[in-house]
Design a protein around this ligand. Structure first.
Ligand code: ADP
Length: 469
């Protein structure tokens, strides 16, 4: 099958979170399975762009409302990522360093989607599947069905994957002029709560909808930032498919970022050496269990309660553990987390920012990974942690619930708790410190979870099944 993935992120070109990881690996494994998978994304000004060779694939023009724009689609020359990669260049809109966070994000992503539809419309044949990811590509199923300029694409099968339903790209109806002319009787396909809602539109117009775990799909019907009823209406076409992880990138035996590579057999010593290095670098006590948090510092990840929770455990479990935070996000949370450093030297440190290499080093060095997320559609961090023999401590939600078994259960290897609260986090840290004293149990859990298979091969099959339907 020929599958076109349309996304705002794709690792290693540009990544802000799990979406980038998934779009960087799913097409690679689809190609290995015999499909022709391609990715098309905006041409941000990232390192990857400058460090690779490109050829021009298509030049076109279109209108964004009244504004005429020209765009160029370039293709990576060497198939470096294991699939065809196309970047859409639109001067003045996509030629930025960051992926999101600009005042004109609405215009940027609509123009990107118009360019993609114009490009596909110009092809002599039609792809089997156009697979759109999250709201940034969410207007495409509507455009294919209802825009006069794209009649040729009207019967192209579209799949929407929801990586995060919190972000919906909702905009006022005054923005309707930005869209190419469409059958105005179909305005209801764009509308949700009197706004144009790209995610809702994609749920209505795509042929199938997938979410990145089964539990998350169930949760969306009771909590999805206003779309609950829509998920209830459309549940017949929704399927939950747990993400995989790229075992070639995330492999402690070959990971070039690590101070010391290690296998399942050598996990105890291997992790110890990595921990020693990290502790030296960040001034932490290496003899204590090391807890890390890696992720976006936003309410969704429960990062807003993290400062209080950490101060609580640093006080009540004083001298019994070390903590390291890697993250960036809301400024207030960043400074609260940073400020704890001064009074807890030797036991606590932070790196405020985004650092891919450090994240790998921390997964390898840590004993425990803390993920108290309020919402977690799938969560990749806990799967990376497991692959590196790091015990995940997670709130029972979404994909965390589907991937982590509490150590109190038969063959359990993690720590689960119910509430994103200071009390539950503190109690979990206490449980972790206690179990850490039992070296045999810790080693058994590490070895057990490192063998769990979260590879993409089985996930590719699940997507193929959805495509075939
Ligand atoms: P989300 O997509 O909601 O951010 P996921 O768990 O699905 O959460 O994916 C997060 C990904 O982003 C992981 O690969 C994680 O290692 C990475 N990540 C998050 N924050 C940082 C950071 N500050 N530095 C490096 N990597 C980060």
């Amino acid at each position: 099958m020929e599958i076109i993935h349309v996304s705002a992120e794709c690792y290693p070109v540009a990544k802000a979170g799990g979406l980038g990881d998934v779009v960087g690996s799913l097409p690679k494994y689809q190609t290995k399975a015999g499909h022709f998978a391609k990715v098309v994304m905006p041409m941000y000004r990232t390192k990857f762009l400058y460090n690779n060779e490109w050829v021009v694939d298509y030049k076109g023009n279109a209108f964004l409302g009244d504004t005429y724009f020209e765009f160029t689609i370039i293709k990576e020359k060497t198939n470096k990522l294991g699939f065809d990669l196309f970047l859409v260049d639109i001067n003045g809109l996509l030629d930025r360093e960051k992926i999101y966070g600009y005042a004109d994000d609405t215009e940027r992503f609509i123009a990107f989607q118009i360019a993609v539809a114009t490009w596909l419309n110009a092809w002599e044949h039609r792809p089997d599947i156009v697979h759109v990811h999250d709201y940034h590509a969410g207007l495409l199923p509507f455009m294919f069905k209802n825009c006069l300029a794209f009649r040729k694409l009207a019967f192209v099968k579209t799949i929407l994957t929801i990586h995060n339903a919190q972000y919906q790209g909702s905009m006022g109806w005054d923005k309707y002029k930005l869209l190419p002319a469409y059958d105005s009787f179909k305005w209801g396909d764009l509308d949700w709560n009197n706004s144009i809602n790209p995610l809702a539109s994609a749920i209505k117009c795509a042929w199938k909808v997938t979410t990145v775990s089964q539990s998350y799909m169930n949760e969306l019907r009771s909590s999805s930032n206003g779309l609950e009823l829509l998920f209830e209406y459309e549940k017949g076409k929704c399927v939950g498919i747990l993400n995989g992880i790229d075992n070639e990138v995330w492999n402690p035996e070959t990971d070039g970022y690590l101070y010391n590579k290690y296998s399942i057999k050598g996990v105890t010593l291997g992790k110890k050496k990595n921990k020693k290095k990290i502790c030296e670098e960040y001034g932490l006590d290496e003899s204590l269990p090391l807890f890390v948090f890696i992720g976006r510092l936003v309410g969704e990840k429960a990062a807003d309660i993290l400062p209080n929770a950490l101060m609580n455990v640093l006080y009540h479990q004083s001298g019994k553990a070390s903590y390291m935070i890697l993250g960036s996000g809301e400024k207030q949370i960043e400074s609260q987390l940073f400020n704890i450093t001064t009074s807890n030297k030797g036991y606590y440190n932070t790196y405020i920012g985004y650092d891919e290499a450090l994240s790998h080093k921390l997964y390898a060095a840590a004993d425990f990974l803390l993920m108290p997320s309020c919402v977690e559609p799938c969560g990749l961090n806990q799967m990376y942690a497991m692959r590196y023999g790091t015990i995940p401590m997670v709130r029972s939600t979404g994909g965390l619930k589907d991937t982590v078994k509490d150590m109190g259960e038969w063959e359990g290897f993690g720590i689960r708790f119910n509430n994103a609260s200071v009390e539950d986090i503190a109690h979990s840290v206490y449980r972790a410190i206690e179990v850490y004293k039992n070296k045999t149990h810790i080693e058994w859990m590490r070895k057990y979870m490192m063998q769990i298979d979260h590879s993409w091969e089985q996930v590719v099959e699940a997507y193929t099944w959805v495509y075939q339907h």
